[in-house]
Design a protein around this ligand. Structure first.
Ligand code: BGC
Length: 758
């Protein structure tokens, strides 16, 4: 039963970030009284988070982990699925351990549970915060119906170097948009009542700066100015904390030469003292013991340093479990530090309602009726279509449901690859492939003919690495020429060719960095051959990262970027290809021309030697000899089956005092022939600052729907907040002077106005 008396306390605890309000809560008293009965070993046990692995029924009770749970040496478990398996473990904790303290059950519920939504990078391209919040709500609903009470999401690491495979898991390159999405996801997971049986604890990750790994190589070193941390990379983590996220996960990288997992400045000074974070901090998978390889000490020393820095829970390393007693005896840590960590974890368990009912999330009936439901899958289909970005369209799309359509490519008939990376709970084989989606959509109105056309990658070794975890694309052993010839044969009889090519699901995500971000050569050869047939070709692009699409943009008549759309991707792709849904996604990350331009992002600095506008190259200017500074597709870009025109950008005043605001209005007209949605984006440039400021920064956006011919006036308000930034001494505020305002449908094609802050 939910303890209603505790409800107001809960709200104070998680939604208001002030130290005073958190001190003397009901939770504190309950936790303190429990802790008085705990031994030192039991307290340290709460700091331990092992991975369960999956047990077959009956095995769990006799496992090593079960013994540890019984001895009070485990605070939570992850990587365990199903009410039955989870209940079995919870029973051991509650009925067999001395104090019966319930366990947390975590999982990487990243973009949906069994009903899978688009990968986060894709979802961010919807620019639809309500939709994103709802995907997190459904994910929480399904996961909690299956025994899970804690998700390792949202991942909000900014990334400007798509060689890094984990760009797929975040929200792109922009601090403001990513922060808005972070808040929406925390709201979706945690709801307004964390103790309800259909809400789960969020975990913001990876704190901090993980997305800035040097050279885009996963787990690599990060070195960044404080100025950049506070103005850019920290922004989404802070937003998630302010939205009440109950836990934070540390990152694998170092920050200022100290691994994040033991970085006191990061975990205590920034997170707790500056942002008033009052939840608990968990390490990433073995990131405690990995500090040995970082060169930061042996297991005992790194574990002591991590605890002293503010880490509360150790994922998998068992460094805290096995060394803290010794470190305490040797005076390397204090008992208060252990108590503080234990208290934070127990508080989360109280807030989740686990002490009222440890089986609150273990309801077999809910598991049967609330997971992978018709309704959730319908929403996944809607969300997928909203994530797609139309990159090019020379009057090929939408397709008509008639004639013969040749569907070609290694990702055309690949249900296991539709859900993308980090979809651990997905029912891979039940995901809708492109082939299934198109067939269902046309029925007997048109003929769909299919051929694979190429393997994923010319190198079988790379293909093997890129198709792990049950996501094989069944490599065809024949030569590329023979496989391609088969596709060209069927293409001959088609009216239009749809080429489903790009990356496989595991070609991005963790430990999936790439130095070459082209579409793999063997697939590009297929595309070239298809284009050479002279028939209209639609490139349906699967990818977990921005790719270099220079050749494709020049040569393929239509390109629809579908990322990895989730369990209903195939149906959603058909919806958009046939025009039942008008695409409206906009890129949240820049698509470069060449990997050598990376890192690349729109909010760059002007430098002292900017290239003159419209020029390709000037000697002694900031540019390259062999490629222009332009991206192929800029941040914010995406087409529609209709067109939008922007006019009459007006400011309510040319001057503003700090306490005032300026109203920005702009007229947007649907100048095409179909109803469609447009993401209206507002950017600001601070022309002179005490530190140099980016050429453009996104400050507001609105997604609107317009009928053909309709014109709407959209307004935004600019206040001091939109003009503020962290200065060199890390004070925060706006500085008087001139500002430019830009409004448009992407970060490049904008209307412009100017005002002055007095
Ligand atoms: C990843 C995390 C994830 C954790 C648990 C790590 O390898 O970096 O994002 O939450 O594993 O699965």
């Amino acid at each position: 039963m939910k303890n209603l008396l505790l409800m107001p306390v809960f709200f104070l605890g998680f939604s208001c970030i002030t130290k005073e309000k958190l001190s003397d809560t009901e939770f504190d008293r309950k936790v303190d009284s429990l802790m008085q009965r705990m031994t030192l070993e039991e307290k340290i046990g709460q700091l331990n988070l092992p991975s369960a692995g999956q047990f077959t029924t009956g095995q769990a009770a006799n496992s090593e982990i079960a013994k540890k749970i019984e001895q009070g040496m485990v605070g939570g478990l992850f990587n365990i699925k199903s009410v039955k398996a989870i209940k079995e473990m919870q029973q051991i904790a509650v009925e067999k351990s001395r104090l019966g303290i319930p366990l947390l059950f975590g999982m990487d519920v990243i973009h949906g549970y069994e009903s899978v939504f688009p990968i986060p990078l894709g979802l961010s391209c919807s620019w639809d915060l309500e939709l994103i919040e709802h995907t997190a709500r459904i994910a929480a609903q399904e996961a909690s119906a299956d025994g899970i009470n804690w998700t390792f999401s949202p991942m909000v690491d900014l990334c400007r170097d798509p060689r890094w495979g984990r760009v797929s898991e975040g929200n792109g390159e922009d601090p403001f948009l990513s922060a808005e999405i972070a808040k929406a996801m925390v709201r979706g997971y945690q709801g307004s009542d964390l103790a309800a049986n259909n809400t789960i604890l969020a975990c913001v990750k990876h704190f901090a700066l993980y997305g800035a790994a040097e050279a885009g190589r996963d787990y690599n070193t990060v070195d960044m100015s404080r100025y950049r941390m506070y103005n850019e990379y920290f922004v989404p983590y802070k937003a998630a904390v302010e939205a009440g996220a109950g836990s934070v996960m540390t990152s694998f990288n170092e920050v200022d030469g100290i691994p994040a997992t033991a970085n006191k400045w990061l975990l205590t000074e920034v997170l707790r003292n500056q942002w008033y974070f009052n939840g608990f901090i968990v390490s990433d998978y073995t990131s405690v013991s990995e500090m040995i390889d970082h060169g930061y000490g042996d297991l005992q020393s790194v574990s002591a340093k991590a605890l002293a820095a503010g880490l509360d829970m150790d994922m998998v390393s068992e460094g805290l479990l096995t060394t803290l007693t010794k470190s305490l005896k040797e005076g390397k840590i204090s008992e208060q530090q252990i108590n503080a960590a234990c208290k934070r974890i127990l508080t989360a368990k109280f807030k989740l309602g686990l002490f009222d009912d440890p089986y609150r999330y273990c309801d077999e009936n809910r598991a049967k009726s609330e997971i992978f439901t018709e309704q959730n899958r319908k929403f996944a289909r809607i969300a997928a279509a909203q994530s797609f970005v139309l990159l090019k369209n020379n009057n090929v799309l939408p397709l008509q449901k008639k004639g013969t359509i040749a569907l070609v490519g290694p990702l055309a008939n690949a249900p296991t690859n539709m859900t993308g990376t980090w979809s651990v709970a997905a029912r891979f084989s039940e995901s809708v492939s492109v082939l299934q989606g198109l067939q269902k959509a046309v029925g007997d109105k048109a003929k769909i003919i299919y051929a694979k056309g190429s393997n994923l990658h010319e190198d079988p070794l790379v293909e093997e690495r890129a198709t792990m975890f049950g996501k094989s694309l069944n490599r065809d052993p024949r030569s590329p020429e023979i496989i391609r010839a088969e596709a060209l044969r069927i293409a001959q009889s088609a009216d239009v060719i749809v080429a489903a090519v790009g990356e496989s699901a595991e070609m991005s995500g963790e430990s999936a960095s790439r130095v070459n971000i082209d579409i793999p050569q063997t697939q590009r050869d297929l595309l070239k051959a298809l284009v050479n047939t002279g028939k209209p070709v639609v490139l349906v692009l699967f990818t977990g990262r921005p790719l270099t699409l220079t050749w494709e943009n020049e040569n393929v008549p239509a390109i629809l970027n579908v990322w990895f759309g989730g369990s209903e991707a195939g149906d959603a792709i058909a919806d958009v290809l046939f025009g039942d849904v008008n695409p409206s996604g906009k890129l949240t990350t820049t698509f470069p021309q060449h990997v050598g331009q990376l890192p690349m992002y729109y909010a760059q600095k002007n430098t002292g030697r900017p290239l003159a506008s419209g020029l390709w190259f000037q000697k002694f200017r900031s540019n390259y000899l062999d490629v222009s500074n332009d991206p192929v597709y800029p941040f914010g870009y995406g087409l529609s089956y209709t067109t939008f025109s922007y006019s009459n950008l007006t400011l309510s005043s040319k001057e503003m005092r700090p306490q005032d605001s300026i109203r920005v209005t702009v007229e947007i007209t649907n100048s095409g022939t179909r109803e469609g949605a447009e993401v209206v984006q507002l950017y600001i440039r601070d022309l002179v600052g005490s530190i140099t400021r980016p050429v453009k920064e996104l400050k507001a956006f609105k997604k609107i729907n317009l009928k053909p011919g309709e014109t709407r006036t959209i307004s935004f308000s600019i206040t001091e907040r939109e003009l503020s930034f962290y200065r060199a001494d890390l004070t925060y505020g706006a500085e008087p002077g001139k500002f430019q305002v830009f409004v448009g449908g992407n970060s490049r094609d904008v209307l412009q106005a100017e005002f002055e802050l007095l």
